[in-house]
Ligand binder design. Sequence first.
Ligand code: UD1
Ligand code: CA
Length: 454
Amino acid sequence: MNLASIILAAGEGTRMKSKLPKVLHRVAGKAMVEHVMDAAAKVGSDRTILVVGSGKSAVEAALSGRKVFYAHQTERLGTGHAVSIALEALGDEAHVLILCGDTPLLSSKTLEALVQYHEKSGAGCTVLTAELESPYGYGRILRDSEGNVLGIVEEKDASAEEKRIKEINSGVYVVKRETLLTEIPRIRNDNAQGEYYLTDLIKLARESGERVGAYKTEDASEISGVNSRVQLSECETLLRQRINKALMLEGVTMIDPSSVYVDADVVIGRDTVVYPGCIIEKGTVIGEDCEIGPNARLKHCHIGNGVTFKDSTGIESSVGDDSTVGPYAYLRPGSVLGQRVKVGDFVEIKNSNIGDDAKISHLTYVGDGDVGENVNLGCGVVFVNYDGKKKHRTVVENDAFVGCNVNLISPVTVGEGAYVAAGSTITKDVPSGSLAIARDKQKNIEGWVKRKNR
Ligand code: UD1
Ligand code: CA
């Protein structure tokens, strides 16, 4: 369907007690408003109009990578007013979804059902509703004896009898473009709060002879908005459970999903096992047949197939197929590992390329390096990449063997197949095929202990 969406996000969010606009608070690694935008996009909305208030510049900065039209509501005169200022950013879409920026749990599945219901019924306006045991605070759905929707009454305007109604307005609507353009300017603010209520749209459309409808969702938890950090954490828990469940249903094993934190939009392939204590953050893609964790943190990483990644951290890095990382390794941004690489305990890698079949088994720092295929870096090798002012690169070519406790003072190159003796401090290039030894020769002073009376 040809859809646009208007997302209301001009609220102050006072109860968050935050410098950050409410809708930018993250749930499962993604700003609340982005969850809403993505859900709308999934059901076919190709234009997002975001109504922002005082947090305008912060919201614009945070969403700078996305195509969004902004409507600036300088005075909060109500939800109807918020929509009215968004209208000029509309394109020629046939229908408009209206959403709130603080409902990150709203699924595209529910939105899809709402949109389909709306389309099938031919209504001018359809509202998403739910039944709540305690409907206090929400707008109530008014229906006639045959169940036809008549309108919505706000808590503060409701009679005692109306307050007993349990079907509530979620604040989500789909509206025909013409209906929206005709009825929004007709909304008045003659109510208990002196606000322009978007909810009046239903009654007005009906008065104009339009069909109006309500689609009731079974999962009331989806529509709850976030107003405080407590609710934010509750949302977080629900969303993470949903993410883990979806991954498991797609073939990922989680030994203890309650201890696994996977951000929204992370991809994990089939038959990968995620052990307890893992944090798999935004931008991470993991292949099939991997063993991740226990206690792994991955952020913006690309992990191939058959990779073992234990007790380690990876940030903005990639690991090729069948490699093993950890325990206790740290891949800092820009680490690119080839296939069948072994990175062992207490190894730190930064801004470096590591060729296929290379082994870096223990206690090594590789910074700003290009390590070739089949290279062996012994225990305690240090790429001395910083001279106090500038960083330089170190190159270790294919098949080279660097012994234990070697300092490679960059810029320097160890040629193909060369050997570097343990304990060397290498300041000059090592030609391929040669052995470099750069350390003092050992001398033994015989009888020294006895002479010194020790
Ligand atoms: C609104 C609905 C109510 C519904 C509830 C669901 C109206 C009049 N009432 O009530 O029926 O049950 O949502 O949560 O619409 N906003 C703006 N500009 C404004 C006012 C609000 O952008 O001038 C935004 C807020 O940031 C928020 C959304 O609109 O994202 C809803 O506003 P809010 O004040 O929370 O409405 P409610 O009183 O909760
Ligand atoms: Ca609200």
